[in-house]
Design a protein around this ligand. Structure first.
Ligand SMILES: *[C@@H]1O[C@H](CO)[C@@H](O)[C@H](O)[C@H]1NC(C)=O
Ligand SMILES: *[C@@H]1O[C@H](CO)[C@@H](O)[C@H](O)[C@H]1NC(C)=O
Ligand SMILES: *[C@@H]1O[C@H](CO)[C@@H](O)[C@H](O)[C@H]1NC(C)=O
Ligand SMILES: *[C@@H]1O[C@H](CO)[C@@H](O)[C@H](O)[C@H]1NC(C)=O
Ligand SMILES: *[C@@H]1O[C@H](CO)[C@@H](O)[C@H](O)[C@H]1NC(C)=O
Ligand SMILES: *[C@@H]1O[C@H](CO)[C@@H](O)[C@H](O)[C@H]1NC(C)=O
Ligand SMILES: *[C@@H]1O[C@H](CO)[C@@H](O)[C@H](O)[C@H]1NC(C)=O
Length: 746
């Protein structure tokens, strides 16, 4: 039950609104929205416009000109070739077989998944920068829009947008417009499920403003949330420009996400950051996988959140190998919210953002069962959890309630209670804001409080204002989604971890602190948690690397970030399946020494090996006719030059024998020698050939193979056996994790 907490905190509003959206959108003609995806734009100017081509295809499949015109929703044609239409099942089938169509996939709904954090990962405010190039970088954010009036987006000192910028700024009521910091703001609401005056690039959720300022906010001194987490709020690349693409309302639909890719690639963004996700789908049916591959072809790296459904296994999202997938780690700061009971006992397991200082020494305390609304014989809701409709207002007014689940706080506030103590055993590392004074304690402390209430004549309690406490870090956030991934299981995902717990960043004045009913606190800076918050840290670091190496490919930047990570100190049982290569380390990523490059050809060989059809690959790849039996065969256990090494083993396999082929490119000193250093779990052997790599010039490539051999011990207690390969010399160390996942059952 506590699993819903993330959902509560981030998405209560979303859910409610989404029901409304779907009701508005539903038509009873049986048609559903699909994306008909046709790969690259035609190279030569075709005789017919894309719109006509799409219309003819559609009219052919539907068999009626007018119906075809009415069922078409959108034409994508700035960066790739696709259209969205409302279709019946047999029309979907017809269209999928048409010449030129890669795939026809249903439109699905996705979810939008910092003071201290940049310092914590070692990017201090006075770090060495390449301001001239940094200020020409444009970061595209796919999110809930932006509130440009935030002090974090002040454009003082910024010149006009770089000449390559071809984007725009949509106009709308209540939206102040763009400036030289936020140079673009567009919204995408293709399905037109909202009233027209609600469509605007304005951020009414806070999420998009928070992520944008984490990437590229200018330094704002003394930012805080009611005195909490005070410091200088700033982004990773404060000189870079922001282009906001509003695709989440707050749910994000594939048709809008694809439209944002279509626009952003043509507009000239340098990095795309997308803190949103849905259950993984095969790449040809996944708007983020499709859009990001087109971005990659234009030299744009897409960074995505891994998802918030951890710690369960196989929850990781956005798993295409050309995406940089980011998990969430903790920083060295915890938001502790203490209690004291009337008997003097102090309780310190409370984690919450409680912005209220108590006005009295103590408040009367009670629990659900003692404040029950007695309906007579029939039962209505769970009173211990303080569910709506179970409590007697007279018995709640003026009191603090103990409720056995998160979520009771709205009810207590509405009934005139002064505060809520809830339990939360699952997300003990993540602080949420209650509606009104409140905190979340451990289950055992909850029991203690309940006992005290039951056994005391006038139970009393006080909830103190939150204070920050130093903790050991980093660890992986409990909510951060875990591998193994299901689409291309040989590739380790997430790729990397970055701070995503308790992050202070800019917020919109059009949302309340907790985004929950009954909250009236409007704040300029807010503390939020999620892989949505870690994603912009990595996108910011990617931009930082690009500002020193403007010509590096997306995969080179990705490799640089992955091979230079810091160790996750507090390791979860799932090891690399939780944190990937480790904790982001931006300054070291500037000088990785060697990089694992992949280009579009490598990904195509990989897709061939994965069994994608020739026809689909050809069209996705552009005009070339790919034939998987003639392209360079992807070799080895994973078939890709990936910066990490992962070997999933079946239930019945104990003999390990696998070969991985890799090629590194020298981006460090011209003349250099690297030695292979390996660590491996007991019982296994690793051979790297050659074990010395000698380079004589920059950009020189060297290939090697990694051979894993051995027998897993019957008594192996861990399902996750990790090791590493490090290419090192006196100046550089280029680290790849090696993970064997024992007894996976795909
Ligand atoms: C504009 O903002 C005002 C004040 O916040 C609000 O009352 C109004 O509904 C908003 N209008 C639109 C179209 O969003
Ligand atoms: C609600 O509480 C008041 C005060 O204790 C009591 O008089 C009333 O009967 C209660 N009503 C119900 C329906 O429980
Ligand atoms: C009420 O919720 C609590 C906390 O989740 C749970 O332990 C209890 O079983 C629930 N009671 C009923 C009757 O469902
Ligand atoms: C407190 O009393 C309520 C209702 O009488 C009961 O449901 C609950 O289990 C008790 N709590 C403890 C910890 O004994
Ligand atoms: C792909 O190449 C193989 C080997 O050259 C050939 O037999 C096959 O017909 C080709 N397939 C297509 C679709 O061209
Ligand atoms: C081992 O398990 C896999 C998948 O569970 C199965 O395909 C394979 O046949 C099994 N091999 C043996 C030797 O039992
Ligand atoms: C596991 O088995 C190996 C070989 O059979 C043995 O050397 C080792 O001590 C065992 N480890 C444990 C923890 O029992």
């Amino acid at each position: 039950m506590a699993k819903n907490l993330i959902f509560h905190t981030f998405f209560t509003v979303c859910l409610l609104q989404n029901i409304a959206f779907l009701t508005n959108a539903s038509n009873d003609d049986g048609r559903k929205t699909y994306i008909v995806y046709m790969g690259d734009l035609p190279e030569e100017t075709p005789s017919l416009s894309l719109m006509d081509v799409h219309h003819n295809l559609l009219a052919d499949a539907i068999g009626d000109e007018t119906l075809a015109r009415n069922s078409k929703i959108h034409t994508y044609g700035r960066s790739f070739n696709a259209f969205a239409a409302r279709l019946l099942p047999h029309e979907v089938k017809l269209l999928s077989q048409k010449e030129g169509v890669v795939s026809v996939f249903p439109n699905k709904v996705q979810k939008p998944l910092t003071t201290r954090s940049w310092d914590f990962i070692g990017l201090p405010i006075d770090v060495r920068r390449n301001h001239r190039i940094e200020s020409d970088l444009i970061i595209g954010l796919f999110d809930t829009g932006i509130w440009t009036e935030s002090p974090s987006f002040d454009d003082k000192g910024f010149g006009p947008p770089p000449p390559k910028w071809k984007g725009k700024c949509d106009k709308a009521v209540n939206f102040t417009g763009c400036n030289n910091k936020v140079i673009g703001a567009q919204y995408f609401q293709i399905a037109k499920t909202l009233p027209r005056d609600a469509t605007s690039p304005l951020d009414t959720e806070g999420h998009g403003t928070h992520t944008a300022s984490t990437i590229a906010g200018v330094p704002v001194k003394g930012a805080n949330l009611y005195g909490l987490a005070t410091g200088t709020a700033r982004g990773g690349v404060p000189s870079a420009r922001i282009a906001s693409y509003k695709v989440c309302w707050p749910d994000c639909q594939d048709i809008d996400i694809l439209a944002a890719f279509d626009a952003a690639i043509a507009d000239g963004v340098d990095i795309i950051s997308a803190s949103l996700g849905a259950n993984s789908r095969i790449f040809f049916q996944d708007s983020v996988a499709v859009g990001s591959l087109h971005a990659l072809k234009k030299g744009i790296l897409t960074v995505c959140a891994a998802g918030n459904s951890g710690p369960d296994l196989s929850t990781v999202q956005n798993v295409a190998p050309w995406i940089l997938t980011v998990g969430a780690s903790t920083i060295d700061r915890k938001f502790q919210t203490d209690l004291q009971l009337g008997n003097g006992e102090k309780i310190s397991s409370g984690i919450a953002i409680n912005t209220y200082a108590p006005k009295k020494e103590f408040y009367p305390l009670t629990n659900g069962p003692h404040a029950q609304y007695v309906y007579g014989d029939f039962y209505f809701g769970n009173v211990s959890a303080c569910e709506y409709g179970t409590l007697n207002e007279t018995k709640v007014k003026g009191k603090i309630l103990y409720c056995q689940e998160p979520g009771g706080d709205s009810v207590i506030k509405a009934l005139g209670g002064v505060g809520t103590i809830m339990t939360n055993d699952q997300y003990i590392d993540t602080a949420f804001a209650a509606v009104g004074p409140g905190t979340y304690v451990s289950f055992s402390d909850g029991e203690k409080i309940d006992k005290y209430i039951n056994s005391t004549r006038n139970p009393k309690v006080v909830i103190y204002k939150t204070r920050t406490v130093s903790i050991a870090a980093p660890s992986v956030a409990s909510f951060s989604a875990r591998g193994p991934q299901k689409i291309t299981p040989q590739i380790l995902k997430p790729d990397i971890s970055a701070p995503g717990v308790g992050i202070l960043a800019a917020y919109t004045k059009f949302a309340t602190l907790s985004e929950r009913a009954g909250d009236d606190r409007v704040v300029k800076y807010n503390v939020q948690s999620g892989t949505s918050m870690s994603c912009p840290h990595v996108a910011g670091a990617a931009a930082y690397v690009k500002s020193f190496h403007p010509t590096w490919s997306p995969s080179a930047i990705k490799s640089a970030l992955m091979t230079t990570t810091k160790e996750i100190k507090i390791k979860p049982v799932e090891r690399e399946l939780a944190y990937g290569s480790g904790e982001l380390n931006p300054t070291k990523a500037l000088n990785p020494g060697l990089v694992y490059n992949n280009n579009i050809e490598s990904y195509i060989s990989f897709l061939c090996k994965q069994g994608y059809e020739d026809r689909q690959i050809s069209i996705l790849a552009g005009t070339k006719k790919y034939n998987c039996s003639t392209v360079r065969r992807a070799k080895g256990a994973d078939g890709l030059n990936y910066p990490s090494i992962y070997l999933p083993l079946n239930n019945n396999e104990s003999d390990v024998s696998a070969v991985f082929y890799r090629t590194v490119t020298n981006v460090g000193k011209g003349k250099s020698v690297y030695n292979a250093e390996v660590t491996l779990p007991r019982g296994l052997s690793i051979v790297v050939t050659p074990e010395v790599l000698k380079f004589s010039r920059v950009n020189q490539k060297k290939s090697f193979k990694v051979i894993l051999k051995g027998k897993l011990l019957d008594n192996t207690s861990s399902l996750y056996l990790s090791g590493s390969l490090v290419w090192s010399n006196s100046k550089y160390s280029v680290k790849s994790p090696i993970l064997l996942n024992y007894k996976t059952n795909f």
